[in-house]
Design a protein around this ligand. Structure first.
Ligand code: PGA
Length: 254
């Protein structure tokens, strides 16, 4: 049985004080849901250490939104995965569509980032998804398959414990347009099928696959009702603690 996984990606939002305030409010309610679910927040780098102190011992996970593919070096403005781990992270988001499309991150670069993160002991939420053009041309499955095969080429069966995949159609991120539960399920089932073909049934059955793209309290339940949707990666609607709490409280039907 896969544990539901709800992640909030704050992007470039919240000061340290705001991040601490959010985390304190989240922790107050944490005991009642962290037992059966994985809850994660991904604040900006500047707030990681402060948030780590607040959530310590609650079981809430902390993620960096991006890390560099090298352990250290002359890379002005970058942060390595071991630095993120030292700041208190246990996860990192790799391959978010904003990194792919605004900063030109390629499958090859992302493969190196994934390996570097795993070497530093971080778990990876690997984000994939097609653009509107690609969907309209019927290329969704081909795009997602290529992103997985190339970005996760270092994956071995044992890595299943340190991988989460987030399917985030680019046309649904921050646009208010959510994939229908059927559209999400179709791609999630494809991803699980691909994992089975590449790495066997056990790895496929335990792979956590999140949906992301305009998830809100209003559409959370119907998306989560789908068999292959194990949780959500939430941007905008994760910034407000009340709205995030509402989404954490969803119950996945048995
Ligand atoms: P959104 O962002 O929920 O604001 O669409 C999701 C994401 O980018 O992870």
């Amino acid at each position: 049985m896969r544990r539901p996984f709800i992640a909030g990606n704050w992007k470039m939002h919240k000061t340290i004080a705001e991040a601490v305030d959010f985390s304190q409010k989240l922790c107050k309610q944490a005991q009642q849901f962290t037992g059966g679910k994985d809850i994660l927040i991904a604040p900006p780098f500047t707030a990681l250490s402060s948030v780590a102190k607040v959530i310590e011992g609650t079981g809430i996970h902390l993620a960096a939104q991006n890390t560099h593919e090298s352990p250290q070096g002359a890379f002005t403005g970058e942060v390595s995965s071991s630095m993120a781990a030292e700041a208190g992270c246990d996860y990192v988001l790799i391959g978010h569509s904003e990194r792919r499309h605004l900063y030109g991150e390629t499958d090859d670069l992302l493969a190196r980032k994934v390996e570097a993160a795993w070497k530093s002991g971080l778990k990876v939420i690997f984000c994939i998804g097609e653009t509107l053009d690609e969907r309209e041309q019927g290329k969704t499955f081909a795009v997602v398959e290529k992103q997985i095969k190339e970005g996760l080429k270092a994956f071995k069966e044992d890595d299943i414990e340190r991988l989460v995949i987030a399917y985030e159609p680019v046309w649904a991120i921050g646009t208010g347009k959510t994939a229908t539960p059927e559209q999400a399920e179709e791609v999630h089932a494809l991803i699980r099928g691909l994992q089975k073909k590449l790495h066997g049934a056990a790895a496929a059955d335990s792979l956590i696959i999140l949906y992301g793209g305009s998830v809100k309290p209003d559409n959370m339940t119907e998306l989560m009702a789908k068999e292959n949707v194990d949780g959500a990666l939430i941007g905008g609607a994760s910034l407000d603690v009340e709205s995030f709490l509402q989404m954490i409280m969803f119950d996945k039907p048995e």
